[in-house]
Design a protein. Structure first.
Length: 254
C-alpha cells in the first residue's frame, strides 16, 4: 500500500503545479493538521482514495466547517484495508484554543478510547499533529510533545508514528535522524527529480543516495516539495524525504 502523508505546509507539487493523475498511485492519504480547508478538498477531489486527517492547533475553523470529501479520525481508530489508524490531533496547550491540550487532557483522550484499542487489538499507525515528548519536539511549550504518546508506542507498538507540527525551517537543530526501538529515521534534503517522475523513481534515488536496497526500506515519507524553475525549460522538483530503515543509522550514513 502506498500512503501519502501531508502536514502543515501546502505542497505546490500537489496543488499549484498539479497534473491530472499525479495522485493516482496512492492508496491512502493521511493529513497531520494545519492545512487549509481548500487544499484538503482539492487533494480529496483529485485523489481516488480516502483522505484521513487530524486537526492541528490552527484548525479550530475545521470543527464547524470541515473539509468536504475528507474523513476526520479524531479520537477514533479508523480501519482501512486491515490497517488500524488512531487519530489524535492538536498540540500542547500554550494559549486558548479548541485543538490544544494539557498533558492530562491528552491522557484522558487516550483513556476514553481504551475500549476501542482493546477491541481492535492495537493499532498499526498512530497519526497525530504533535510529536511525543523528547522525540522530535522542541524546547518551547508551543512545540512540546506529549509524554502519554509513549504509552501508546510501548503498549501497542504501532508500525508507524506519524506527526506534523515541527517544521525544519524552525532551526538546524531539528534532528534529521531519529531512532526509536531499533528503527533509524533519516531525513534526506535536496533530492532533485524531473517533473513527471514516478514515486518509484524518487524512492530508488533515495535508496541509491543511502546505498541501500529496497529490502532495507521500512517507510518512505515526502516531507516537503518545492519547484526549481530557474533554468527553464529544465524545471526540477526538490524534495525533503524521511526514510525509515531497520539497523544502525551510523552504519547507514558511512
Amino acid at each position: 500500500m502506498k500512503i501519502l502523508v501531508i502536514a502543515d505546509v501546502e505542497a505546490k507539487y500537489y496543488y499549484d503545479y498539479y497534473i491530472p493523475g499525479k495522485l493516482d498511485e496512492f492508496d491512502l492519504i493521511l493529513a497531520c493538521g494545519d492545512l487549509k480547508k481548500r487544499y484538503l478538498e482539492f487533494i480529496a477531489t483529485m485523489a481516488h482514495c480516502p483522505v484521513l486527517y487530524v486537526r492541528g492547533n490552527h484548525d479550530d475553523c475545521l470543527i464547524v466547517d470541515p473539509p468536504g470529501g475528507c474523513v476526520c479520525i479524531e479520537n477514533q481508530i479508523y480501519e482501512y484495508k486491515g490497517i488500524r489508524i488512531l487519530g489524535l490531533g492538536g498540540s500542547y496547550r500554550y494559549r486558548s484554543g479548541k485543538n490544544m491540550y494539557t498533558e492530562k487532557q491528552m491522557k484522558n483522550r487516550i483513556h476514553r478510547i481504551s475500549y476501542s484499542l482493546w477491541k481492535k487489538k492495537g493499532i498499526d499507525i498512530l497519526l497525530t499533529h504533535a510529536p511525543a515528548f523528547g522525540l522530535n519536539d522542541m524546547d518551547g511549550i508551543s512545540h512540546r510533545g506529549f509524554e502519554c504518546f509513549f504509552n501508546l508506542l510501548e503498549k501497542y507498538k504501532p508500525r508507524f508514528f506519524i506527526h506534523g507540527h515541527v517544521h525544519r525551517n524552525y532551526g538546524q537543530k531539528i534532528p534529521q535522524i531519529d531512532q526509536y526501538k531499533g528503527k533509524a529515521m533519516i531525513r534526506l534534503n535536496q533530492i532533485t527529480m524531473p517533473v513527471g517522475h514516478s514515486v518509484e523513481e524518487l524512492q530508488q534515488k533515495c535508496l541509491k543516495a543511502l546505498k541501500l536496497s529496497s529490502k532495507d526500506l521500512k517507510s518512505f515519507t515526502i516531507v516537503k516539495q518545492s519547484i526549481d524553475a530557474r533554468k527553464k525549460p529544465d524545471v526540477k522538483i526538490i524534495y525533503t524525504i524521511d526514510v525509515s530503515v531497520d539497523g544502525n543509522e551510523k552504519r547507514i550514513l558511512k
